[in-house]
Design a protein around this ligand. Structure first.
Ligand code: ADP
Ligand code: MG
Length: 142
C-alpha cells in the first residue's frame, strides 16, 4: 500500500490510524533518511495507542518504553547502534516476543535480527513533488 502525504499532520494521522488498529505483538519497522518523518509518524502511532506522554526519538537509549497506553509501546531508534549485540543488552528479544507493540526506527541497521513477520513502513521524499511531499509504503512481510 502506498500513501502520499503533503503535510506533517497527514503523516501523523496515518500513524494515528495504524496505532488504533495495532494488535498485541505487532512489530513495525520504519526506514527512511534523516528528517523524512519517522518520528512524526511514530508520534501519531503513539497517539493511536492512547499514549499521553510526549514521544521523541530516544537519543541516549535504544528503546523507550511507554506502558500507559492501550497496549505497551516499545519505541526503538537504532540509529546510533554500534554493535548488534547492544540489542541483546537492552532486552530486544523479550520486547519482540512480548504482547506490546514494537516500532523500530532505522530498522535496516538491524536487518539480520528483525522478526520475519512484521509491517514494513518506508518513507521517502521526492523533491520534485515539493518539500513536504512524502511517499509512504506499507507492506506486510510474511
Ligand atoms: P526522522 O525521525 O525521520 O529523522 P522527523 O520526524 O524527526 O524525521 O522530522 C521530519 C521533519 O519533516 C519534521 O520537521 C516535519 O515537520 C517535516 N515534514 C515536512 N513534511 C512532512 C510530511 N509530509 N510528513 C512528515 N514530516 C514532514
Ligand atoms: Mg527520528
Amino acid at each position: 500500500m502506498v500513501i502520499e502525504t503533503n503535510h506533517p499532520q497527514e503523516t501523523f494521522q496515518l500513524g494515528v490510524d495504524l496505532g488504533k488498529a495495532a494488535l498485541p505483538g505487532q512489530v513495525y519497522t520504519l526506514t527512511g533518511d534523516l528528517g523524512v518523518g519517522k518520528t512524526v509518524f511514530t508520534q501519531g502511532l503513539a497517539q493511536g495507542l492512547e499514549i499521553k506522554e510526549p514521544v521523541n526519538s530516544p537519543t541516549f537509549t535504544i528503546v523507550q518504553v511507554y506502558e500507559e497506553g492501550r497496549l505497551p509501546f516499545y519505541h526503538f531508534d537504532v540509529y546510533r547502534i554500534g554493535d548488534i549485540e547492544e540489542m541483546d543488552e537492552v532486552g530486544y528479544e523479550d520486547y519482540i516476543l512480548g504482547d506490546g507493540v514494537c516500532l523500530i526506527e532505522w530498522a535496516n541497521l538491524i536487518e539480520e535480527i528483525l522478526p520475519e513477520k512484521r509491517t514494513e513502513i518506508r518513507i521517502e521524499k521526492d523533491l520534485e513533488k515539493g518539500f513536504d511531499y512524502r511517499k509512504i509504503t506499507i507492506e506486510e512481510v510474511k
